[in-house]
Ligand binder design. Structure first.
Ligand SMILES: [Zn+2]
Length: 291
């Protein structure tokens, strides 16, 4: 499933390729891919619009148009591929939407599992109220250390894995990058957020930023389906320490284990990532202590 780095790689690659181009008539091979507005309205409203720039919030890709914003979420297996006028259009049986430009180039959206969605909204107000209503600030570009500390304090009872995956708190982290960051910080995925020391919180924040940065530099992580905007795969999967490595050795010598946390398959090292119990002790007044 594409996470923040994969979507950011697509954004960076796509921007110079589509900036200034004008959409021709969209071809909705699977109209239900369009979440908003009605597919016919979507097609009519998109045609003739020019791409100004590309943005992103968490795992949402935003194409800022002269009169609105085209939003894409790839979910599990979505791919958005650009083909130039010299490329042969892809023959892909999972093709759902084709978005040609007036110059003959095209964006093709394919999606085997069919969970990905497109929206076309009028402005930033509609973007916030219709699409990103339950999406928090972007963990990579919109949350600083101070805000991260607050976020952990506010939801201190939750475990780290659930908290980092919750897109309404902070947007962008998914299963792969969360497991990797917690392993690098020697934090157990089920550890309560409130048990982190100031140093651990700082280390976790900095690690998240570094790991996301590395993921982007390596073109993202490709296991099965992820492709960048030109159809190439990323290679960050070769840099992973725990994710997808059950039974392989951690650098400490212990075998990587797999469990389920927050409903998701979770990889960790039982030796490096020991669960720390809550250090917040209940104040119990013992009668008779002072007698
Ligand atoms: Zn280890």
């Amino acid at each position: 499933m594409p996470e923040l780095p994969e979507v950011e790689v697509i954004r960076r690659e796509l921007e110079p390729l589509v900036k200034g181009k004008t959409f021709a008539t969209p071809v909705l091979l699977m109209p239900s891919t369009v979440q908003y507005p009605d597919p016919d309205l979507f097609a009519a409203a998109l045609e003739g619009q020019t791409v100004k720039t590309l943005g992103r919030r968490g795992k949402y890709l935003l194409l800022i148009l002269d009169q609105g914003i085209l939003v894409m979420h790839l979910r599990m297996t979505g791919n958005i591929i650009f083909s130039s006028i010299d490329d042969l259009p892809r023959a892909d049986r999972f093709l759902r939407v084709e978005l040609p430009f007036t110059d003959g180039s095209m964006l093709q959206y394919s999606d085997m599992r069919r969970f990905g969605r497109l929206w076309l909204v009028k402005d930033l107000n509609e973007l916030e109220s219709l699409v990103l209503k339950n999406v928090g600030p972007d963990i990579y570009t919109e949350i600083d250390l101070k805000q991260f500390k607050k976020l952990l304090e506010k939801r201190g009872k939750r475990n780290l894995k659930a908290l980092l995956l919750d897109q309404s708190c902070s947007a962008g982290m998914g299963n792969i990058y969360t497991d990797e960051c917690l392993h690098l910080c020697h934090l157990h995925p089920e550890q309560q957020a409130a048990t982190l020391t100031v140093e651990e919180t700082e280390q976790l924040y900095n690690t998240i930023q570094q790991v996301l940065e590395m993921g982007i530099e390596h073109g993202g992580t490709s296991f099965r389906d992820y492709r960048n905007a030109r159809g190439a795969i990323g290679d960050f999967q070769n840099k992973l320490n725990v994710y997808g490595r059950k039974g392989e050795r951690c650098s400490c010598g212990e075998l990587v284990a797999k469990t389920v946390v927050a409903g998701r398959g979770t990889y960790y090292c039982p030796c490096c990532q020991v669960k720390k119990e809550s250090t917040v002790k209940k104040k119990s007044k013992k009668k008779g202590d002072n007698l």
